[in-house]
Design a protein around this ligand. Structure first.
Ligand SMILES: Nc1ncnc2c1ncn2[C@@H]1O[C@H](COP(=O)(O)OP(=O)(O)OP(=O)(O)O)[C@@H](O)[C@H]1O
Length: 241
């Protein structure tokens, strides 16, 4: 489904090289690793938001290395959710379909379907201002799913939520994985979330390579949780267009 081969990335002083990583279709893959090791960078490479120096990115056997984000058919939920601040929620959800030329009827049907799936029907006429973190996450998930992506890339989707909301959103992620039959790549520091949600697990190793790890070893992990203090990067919004 996803295959990164011999990928070389450089951003400022940060560099990864000879990186190989693959995920089979239908998996709920969790990628873990300490802060600053390059997890978000890998999501951005897969989505087409960060250019690679060399190597290839394949999706379903197609080399998409030179494809712009919108041609990759990936739903992306960045860590800050990046909702459009001045757009009504129903319009945000249908946006990915609108730019792909879907009819008004098809868009309405999908908005209703996703609103029900994510539990946001009562929010469709609102704007992002004043919404809770959990509500924003549900909307970001619905928006990313609108065009039936083959892959969902989720950047710490359960961070910054209270415990009850965290459990509810984790349940929603499981429902989405099953009902939408979408392959998921979820990055997290949290070993409990990784064990609960993942069907396959990967970890950034000290040698800057990604390695497949079994569930038992994930349970023993206790990654240090630190906040990402980098400024929000607006270009991440592009991917769901
Ligand atoms: N645009 C950029 N220019 C220069 N350096 C960058 C840029 N984007 C990211 N980096 C650097 O690349 C490294 C990896 O960042 P990345 O956000 O991928 O790590 P991460 O594993 O997702 O971290 P966290 O878990 O804290 O979110 C960091 O050292 C970061 O400062």
């Amino acid at each position: 489904m996803i295959e990164l081969s011999n990928v070389h990335i450089r951003q400022g002083d940060f560099e990864l090289s000879g990186l190989n990583f693959s995920i089979d279709a239908g998996e709920y893959a969790v990628l873990m690793g300490p802060t600053g090791c390059g997890k978000t960078t890998i999501l951005e490479v897969i989505c087409g938001l960060t250019r690679i120096k060399s190597g290839t990115v394949e999706l379903d056997g197609v080399d998409v290395t030179g494809f712009p984000p919108a041609r990759r058919g990936i739903g992306y939920v960045p860590q800050d959710r990046a909702l459009f601040p001045t757009m009504r929620i129903d319009k945000q959800i249908e946006f990915g379909l609108l730019v792909r030329g879907a009819s008004g009827k098809a868009r309405q049907r999908r908005v209703d379907e996703l609103a029900e799936l994510t539990g946001i029907t009562s929010l469709l006429n609102r704007y992002p201002q004043g919404l809770s973190g959990g509500e924003c996450q549900r909307i970001a998930l619905a928006r990313a799913l609108s065009f039936r992506p083959r892959l969902m890339c989720l950047d710490e989707p359960l961070s910054a939520l209270d415990d009850t909301t965290r459990i509810r959103i984790a349940e929603l992620l499981q429902t989405i994985h099953q009902q939408e039959q979408v392959t998921v790549l979820h990055i997290t520091h949290n070993a409990d979330d990784a064990v609960r949600l993942g069907t396959t697990h990967f970890r950034f190793m000290p040698n800057k390579q990604i390695q497949h790890v079994d569930k038992d070893s994930v349970e023993k992990l206790n990654e240090r949780i630190t906040e990402d203090t980098r400024p929000v990067v607006d270009r991440r919004r592009e991917v769901n267009l």
